[in-house]
Design a protein around this ligand. Structure first.
Ligand SMILES: [Zn+2]
Length: 269
């Protein structure tokens, strides 16, 4: 018997933790050397142990399981000299051996198993947390991509109407808006000066109907380079009932009614 065969024979005993220190060290060294055959056998033995821990009393083990159990229990047997035993191994029904083996394995392995289960549960929780974070990132990316696609469609669709918004202050750049009858309104600008702290820009819809108030649409703010792009998916009024779009500067959060004169106004023809 070469050393590999010898280790192979001891795998079950090793798996239930019944090997003495020198043998255990030898088999661990052999496993560490990368023997795939023994590693697989160990994995099988551990699976077997985990199954035994949950074996229902009336479940009939397969022939393979029976064979392994008997071998495992016999491997434990030398502690009791056979001639002193009133019951010969051959006369003991397999199910009794199976029961003894299950109890033995269960007691030896319940602690090991519990620890393994605990770490498996921790791993699963960690995995679930990672997956949740990834899904959230993906959902955010999807929302952003949908908005971008929606904006791009408004800017490129032939049904959209372009509205230029010249600035009241000649030093300020002009803004431009695009209104699509079904998809909404987009407004964008470049080189817009940075706003004060806690200030935003707000887009308003000025209705044609005499005496009606400007309707607040959306707030936005330019980035460090003065660029912005904002979208209104559901304008409160139809294009035909709108006189103009206007932009004012407002406190952060926006206002119900404009608090200052419009900085940009673009009329609809
Ligand atoms: Zn081996």
């Amino acid at each position: 018997m070469n050393s590999h065969d010898q280790y192979r024979e001891q795998i079950e005993a090793y798996a239930i933790g019944s090997l003495d220190d020198p043998d255990r060290a030898l088999i661990e060294a052999h496993l560490a050397s990368g023997c795939a055959d023994c590693a697989k056998a160990l994995e099988e033995a551990r699976w077997l142990v985990s199954q035994l821990a949950y074996l229902a009393p009336d479940a009939a083990p397969s022939d393979m399981l029976k064979g392994r159990l008997l071998r495992t229990v016999r491997a434990e047997a030398p502690a009791v000299p056979e001639r002193q035993s009133p019951v010969r191994a051959a006369t003991v029904p397999w199910w009794l051996w199976a029961g003894v083996a299950a109890l033995l394995l269960f007691s030896v392995y319940s602690a090991w198993n519990e620890q393994r289960l605990r770490s498996a549960v921790a791993d699963l929780q960690q995995q679930a947390e990672t997956q949740r974070a990834e899904r959230q990132k993906l959902e955010q990316a999807l929302v952003a991509a949908k908005l971008q696609a929606h904006e791009a469609m408004i800017w490129s669709d032939p049904k959209s109407v372009k509205i230029m918004l010249p600035a009241k202050d000649p030093k300020m750049p002009q803004l431009e808006a695009m209104w699509h009858p079904e998809m909404g309104i987009c407004v964008r600008g470049w080189k817009v000066p940075t706003l004060g702290d806690k200030r935003v820009l707000q887009l308003w819809l000025i209705p044609k109907k005499a005496g009606s108030k400007p309707m607040p649409l959306v707030t936005f703010w330019p980035d460090a380079s003065g660029t912005f792009s904002a979208m209104v998916e559901n304008p409160p009024d139809a294009m035909s009932e709108t006189q103009a779009l206007a932009v004012t500067e407002e406190p952060i959060g926006g206002s119900e009614q404009p608090t200052g004169a419009p900085m940009w106004v673009g009329g609809l023809s």
